[in-house]
Design a protein around this ligand. Structure first.
Ligand code: IVH
Length: 694
């Protein structure tokens, strides 16, 4: 085999696996195996630069555009849609459509989920992705090709074979929606918050912001997905005879397409589809805000044409917003882990999408000013997928409304609040403020940090000698009812069983479990401890990079700003913050204290076996002892892969209590089903055969 052949063979293989992973959610390789193939390709390409092609899987992350994004005209305007809000609106639209078509001509309608992201136009020439454009003003978009290339559900190249199977020429335009899955959004916001940055408001904004970032390598690290919904020729006209055929062809090209579609013959069926689809909102893993209905036949679409800015042949049925109107009863100020003071709106309780909402965030003083909101006003409140409710505007101002007074002193410890130059937030800078300590401990014990089970809200309050019940919580400030047992995270490691059992609500069993969990956390890898220390701007990723670079805490504590800046991706702002943190004697003392108490704080060596290599698991329902996260970690550590949806490629479904549709699907497909014990059994085999025998 020549080098050329090996390189091309590797590319084909990698493309196939990217498709399985990012489009089908059904990977067959472990990450390590995938990386192995990718590394081999990189090595060959480095040795033979003349063989590098733009569509190689190694080239997803290329250079950034020199000066901003170029503006490029669309082949045909990217239109928006008229909205329908109920059955009557849909029926009226149906009549308009029929009125414009020849008499007796019955339109068929294709119904698709309306994904809440941003639309993109992708241009393929001779099977190669040459350009990706944002919608822009509809007529001209921005060329965001360098970022679009990093989205792994978008193929960089479509082989002659694939094009033939889909019955398509090599050059066309694909339009569709780019979304950030809720999981990726949540992770992004957790990282932003851990790093002291303001969270993104919703997945749509996060996706739109990401696709317009100047640094493709950062874009590549965030998971974005693309769902294709239009297939156009190079002139911007429908390439095939109907939308139904277009969606089928897009699927054959290896694009992700809308997971729920139906082409139906009447508006009654359209309405039924809308009603069935609405409850899916909470199960899809990405946000949808309605249903798009399109006249299916291209010829009919052409005849119907468009009005001002929207086509007559399509309409968007919008789900009821997850919003409500209620009265602002008051504002309290919460103090977070980093001392950030957040105004929290106390609302007249109101039901939004099945949840009673009593509080909503007002973000910061600037936001209060922007909204012009006063106590007593009637306000609109919105609740998005994973986001805390927020106030979006004043509906009616109260005649006797009261201004929201900003606190001068910390509502919890009473020390003066600080607002730094160029920052929007008020901050309590007292490191021993009880509210800060409470949040710090809860963060330290949380799953993503030290994963200390049992260190929940009530336990933390007891440890701090604070009393929390409904009444006090409404007041915000914790009331001290006992001498605190814990004054810093190090004190956690000095707790005794007798102390814990003295608490009203803690029995022998929970005291023992908590102590075991605390003991276990001493082995937590350095990255987690760094995250738990709450150094400004150090989120999960930065903590991981620092840990990998320095290997242990000692080197890191003594690193100079220069040395810190040399760490890949660590900029001067972060380096400065880390340096300053470890210059403070009290922080150094804390680290030494933790070392003395037995925390190992060493960088993680990934011990993985390959026993479950090639096996794909799907986890569903509630497992009796393992959290899903833990089960996933165990499977991955043994070389297995965890996917989100069941397919024929799934090796095992791990089903816990209340397993629903996934179990049904697995059974229908003949996929093996195991319970937690079964999974542990599989892992044990690995432990003995793979990791054991030392
Ligand atoms: S069709 C002229 N199909 O919704 C047709 N749009 O409110 C316009 N969207 O700009 C697009 N899912 O960003 C279409 N399955 C889908 C969609 C969809 C989401 C977005 C798209 C569009 C907006 C219109």
């Amino acid at each position: 085999m020549t080098v050329e052949q090996e390189v091309e063979g590797l590319r084909e293989e990698l493309r196939g696996h990217e498709h399985l992973y990012y489009v089908m959610d059904a990977p067959v390789l472990t990450d390590a195996q995938y990386d192995g193939l990718m590394n081999r390709l990189k090595v060959l390409e480095e040795a033979h630069p003349e063989l590098v092609t733009e569509d190689s899987p190694t080239q997803r992350v290329g250079g950034k555009p020199a000066d901003g994004f170029e503006k490029v005209a669309h082949s045909r305007r990217m239109l928006s849609l008229d909205n329908a809000y109920d059955e009557a609106d849909l029926k009226a639209w149906d009549l308009r459509v029929k009125g414009s078509l020849a008499s007796g001509e019955e339109p068929r309608y294709t119904c698709e989920l309306k994904l809440d992201g941003l639309s993109l136009a992708l241009h393929y020439v001779d099977g190669k992705l040459v350009r990706g454009l944002t919608r822009g003003d509809g007529t001209t978009g921005e060329d965001v090709s360098s970022n679009v290339r990093t989205v792994k559900s978008i193929p960089l190249v479509l082989s002659a074979k694939v094009l033939k199977a889909a019955g398509l020429p090599g050059s066309f335009e694909i339009r569709g929606e780019c979304v950030m899955p809720q999981g990726a959004f949540k992770k992004l916001n957790e990282e932003r918050e851990a790093a002291g940055q303001a969270p993104a408001a919703n997945p749509r904004n996060a996706a739109a912001g990401t696709i317009r970032m100047v640094e493709p390598s950062v874009v590549a690290r965030r998971r974005l997905d693309f769902y294709a919904y239009f297939l156009l020729d190079t002139q911007g006209e429908m390439l095939l005879g109907s939308q139904e055929e277009a969606l089928a062809a897009l699927g054959k090209l290896g694009m992700r397409v809308n997971p729920r579609v139906a082409t139906v013959g009447s508006i009654e069926e359209v309405w039924a589809f809308c009603q069935e689809a609405e409850p899916l909102r909470d199960t899809l893993g990405f946000e949808i805000d309605g249903i798009v209905i399109k006249v299916d036949a291209a010829a009919q679409q052409r005849r119907l044409g468009m009005t001002g800015k929207a086509p007559r042949w399509a309409i968007a049925y919008k789900f009821a917003a997850r919003a409500a109107v209620t009265r602002l009863n008051g504002v309290e100020f919460g103090v977070g882990r980093t001392g950030k003071v957040t105004p929290v709106a106390m609302l007249e309780p109101v039901l939004i999408g099945g949840t009673t909402v009593k509080r909503a965030t007002l973000h910061n003083p600037d936001e209060i000013a922007r909204l012009g909101v006063r106590i007593g006003d009637t306000v609109s409140v919105e609740r998005g997928g994973d986001v805390i409710p927020k106030i979006t505007g004043v509906v009616t101002a109260a005649g006797d409304g009261k201004d929201i007074e900003l606190p001068v002193d910390c509502p919890v410890c009473g020390r003066p609040l600080v607002k730094e130059e160029g920052e929007v937030d008020l901050r309590c800078v007292n490191a021993s403020c009880p509210a800060r300590l409470r949040e710090e401990l809860r963060f330290f014990g949380s799953r993503r940090v030290m994963n200390i089970e049992g260190l929940g809200e009530v336990m933390v309050a007891q440890l701090l000698g604070q009393k929390i019940d409904e009444a006090e919580e409404e007041d915000g400030a914790p009331v001290l009812v006992a001498e605190p047992l814990v004054r810093s995270i190090a004190d956690l490691y000095r707790l005794t069983k007798a102390q814990l059992m003295a608490f009203e609500r803690t029995g022998d069993k929970s005291a023992t479990t908590l102590l075991e969990q605390i003991e276990r956390s001493k082995q937590a890898p350095l990255a987690r401890v760094l995250l738990g220390l709450g150094i400004r701007f150090v989120g999960e990723r930065t903590a991981g990079l620092l840990a990998a670079q320095f290997g242990g805490i000692d080197g890191l504590m003594d690193a100079t700003v220069d040395e810190l800046t040399k760490v890949n991706e660590v900029g001067p702002k972060v380096a400065e913050a880390v340096y300053e943190f470890f210059q403070e004697e009290k922080n150094r003392a804390l680290v030494r204290d933790l070392q003395g108490l037995g925390l190992t704080m060493r960088a993680e060596k990934k011990v993985t076996t390959e026993q479950l290599a090639g096996l794909t698991f799907v986890i569903t329902g509630t497992l009796p002892t393992l959290t899903r996260e833990a089960a996933k970690e165990r499977i991955e550590a043994a070389g297995g892969k965890v996917a989100g949806t069941v397919s024929k490629k799934t090796s095992y479904l791990v089903a816990g209590e209340e397993a629903g549709s996934k179990l049904e699907k697995a059974e229908a497909l003949g996929v093996k089903v195991v319970d937690e014990a079964g999974l542990l059994g599989l892992l044990e085999v690995v432990d003995i055969e793979g990791g054991g025998g030392v």
